[in-house]
Write a protein that binds this ligand. Structure first.
Ligand SMILES: C[S@@+](CC[C@H](N)C(=O)[O-])C[C@H]1O[C@@H](n2cnc3c(N)ncnc32)[C@H](O)[C@@H]1O
Length: 249
């Protein structure tokens, strides 16, 4: 499915913005990614951008996980699978408590590497996503990519700040961007990972290739961002300045 069409179908749906959708769509399509794991689908907007890119090749699959609470979203992922006609690429898992538990069950059932791309956009906490990184690593093929969303997000500054368990946290844990800690300390510090990229609120990392193997997906990623220009790479501050220059506001 063309990018313009999926963006049109997702208009008004909460979640991945069209500009971000364009980045993942073009990367998945151009890097010829086929097997995807996603943690945190919410309404399913990001999932549909990924599925639309797979549809351009007519092949691939997405295993995606969220909580039961995602069922009551309107539209929910099941509605979007039907509306877009992309449902055949997507297997949603509605966890009773957390994708941490679902990942344990997946590991128990099979531990062979089978994903080329994992998008982590769920709990955004050190405990949950730090563990997720190590489990997901077992499923990621050499040369496969990890993408972490919301490197700058904090529990105390986002939409969860009024949730009782968040209010009970020590200030340091509320105010620290926890995914940034996972990315900087666990992923960047891991000997099996390379080709780190930090663009705006996203962190990318590639699992090292097997000795002698070659691939061009890092160049594909850089070319994707090159086409999009400076705004796609920049963080909130630079984008605020660019917006001010463009609009005077
Ligand atoms: C930012 S939203 C995902 C947005 C989506 N990826 C998009 O871009 O359209 C985060 C989602 O993660 C889910 N989530 C958070 N912690 C989770 C956990 N431990 N297990 C399963 N889902 C979780 C939330 O229910 C929420 O729907």
């Amino acid at each position: 499915m063309k990018l313009e069409r999926i963006a049109e179908l997702l208009e008004g749906v909460w979640g991945m913005a069209p500009r971000e959708g364009k980045i993942v769509y073009e990367f998945i399509r151009d890097a010829k990614i086929r097997n995807i794991l996603e943690l945190g689908f919410a309404n399913g907007a990001s999932t549909m951008y990924l599925a639309a890119a797979l549809d351009e090749a007519g092949a691939g699959s997405i295993l995606t996980m969220d909580n039961q609470s995602a069922k009551v979203r309107r539209p929910n992922i099941l509605d979007l699978m039907e509306k877009t006609g992309l449902g055949r690429y997507v297997t949603p898992v509605f966890a009773d408590a957390s994708y941490s538990w679902e990942l344990m069950k997946l590991l128990e059932a099979e531990s062979a590497p089978r994903f080329d791309f994992v998008f982590i956009d769920g709990a955004h906490t050190w405990e949950t996503d730090g563990l997720a990184f190590f489990v997901v690593d077992r499923f990621l093929r050499p040369g496969g990519w990890l993408l972490f969303d919301d490197l700058e997000w904090t529990l105390g500054g986002g939409g969860m700040k009024d949730v009782p368990w968040v209010q009970d946290l020590p200030p340091e844990q509320k105010d620290t961007p926890q995914i940034e800690k996972v990315f900087n300390l666990l992923v960047r510090g891991h000997p099996r990972y390379t080709n780190f990229r930090r663009y705006a609120n996203w962190g990318w990392a590639q699992k090292r290739l097997e000795a002698g193997a070659v691939d061009a997906t890092a160049a594909v990623l850089d070319a994707t961002y090159d086409r999009l220009g400076v705004a796609a790479r920049a963080g909130k501050f630079v984008n605020r300045v660019l917006h001010k220059i463009r609009t005077g506001r």
